[in-house]
Write a protein that binds this ligand. Structure first.
Ligand code: NI
Length: 226
């Protein structure tokens, strides 16, 4: 399931975020890549312990805490603190998979990467290329979103970032361990939740709404590990 979350960051938060990143000292992105990914990764990143990365990352997680669509889609149990990357001319990230387990820097905790997230920070017309490509069962899907928007996609998918041919592509990326491990089950719950919300808005007097909400919660009780 691919989910587009619009305007996760408001224009003011976005501007502050970009201003901080413009002044940051970036490192070679290969430092955090596994053996196979290192060969195809050409970008720069802020190190996990970079103060700007920690501060901006915490802010993004706080914002997501209050985002109902994110909660309904991801059903988050744990979130890896967001990291930041920068692609400039000739930078790209070839086909790769993300590791299934990520350590959380500076803690003994680990997160299972059920869901991958990319939060776009640069306006799409400020750089050429840089599309995120997900290999779906229907074929490749290209994603290039407005600044402040975020995409969620299954952590299990093979994906890539196309070469940036001009400009600068800034993004935050991170992983979520969901209370519901499987993408298929999360997708059923998300669709059911959306339908319930729609009925609640259009015909709130429907008595069956309570029953449907009961079905949602009973499925969640069956499938979730909080
Ligand atoms: Ni990746």
């Amino acid at each position: 399931m691919l989910i587009h979350l619009k305007q996760v960051l408001d224009p003011e938060s976005l501007e502050k975020c970009r201003a901080t990143l413009e002044q940051a000292d970036w490192s070679d992105g290969r430092g955090s890549a596994g053996y196979l990914s290192r060969a195809v990764k050409r970008n720069r990143q802020l190190p996990d312990d970079h103060p700007a990365a920690r501060e901006l990352g915490e802010k993004i997680v706080r914002i997501l805490d209050g985002n109902q669509q994110f909660t309904a889609a991801a059903l988050p149990a744990k979130i890896v603190p967001p990291l930041f990357n920068c692609y400039e001319e000739d930078n790209s990230y070839g086909r790769h998979v993300d590791g299934a387990i990520r350590p959380v820097f500076g803690t003994p905790h680990r997160v299972r990467t059920d869901i991958s997230a990319t939060l776009f920070l640069s306006e799409p017309d400020s750089y050429s290329g840089g599309e995120l490509i997900m290999e779906d069962t229907y074929g490749p899907v290209e994603v290039k979103l407005p600044a402040g928007d975020m995409v969620l996609y299954p952590g299990s998918s093979v994906h890539a970032v196309k070469p940036v041919t001009s400009g600068r592509r800034l993004a935050a990326f991170f992983w979520i361990q969901s209370m519901v491990r499987g993408d298929h089950r999360r997708s059923i719950l998300y669709e059911l939740d959306k339908a319930i919300q729609r009925i609640a808005t259009e015909t709130p007097e429907q008595e069956a709404l309570v029953d449907l909400a009961g079905v949602y919660h009973n499925l969640l009780r069956e499938w979730a590990d909080p």
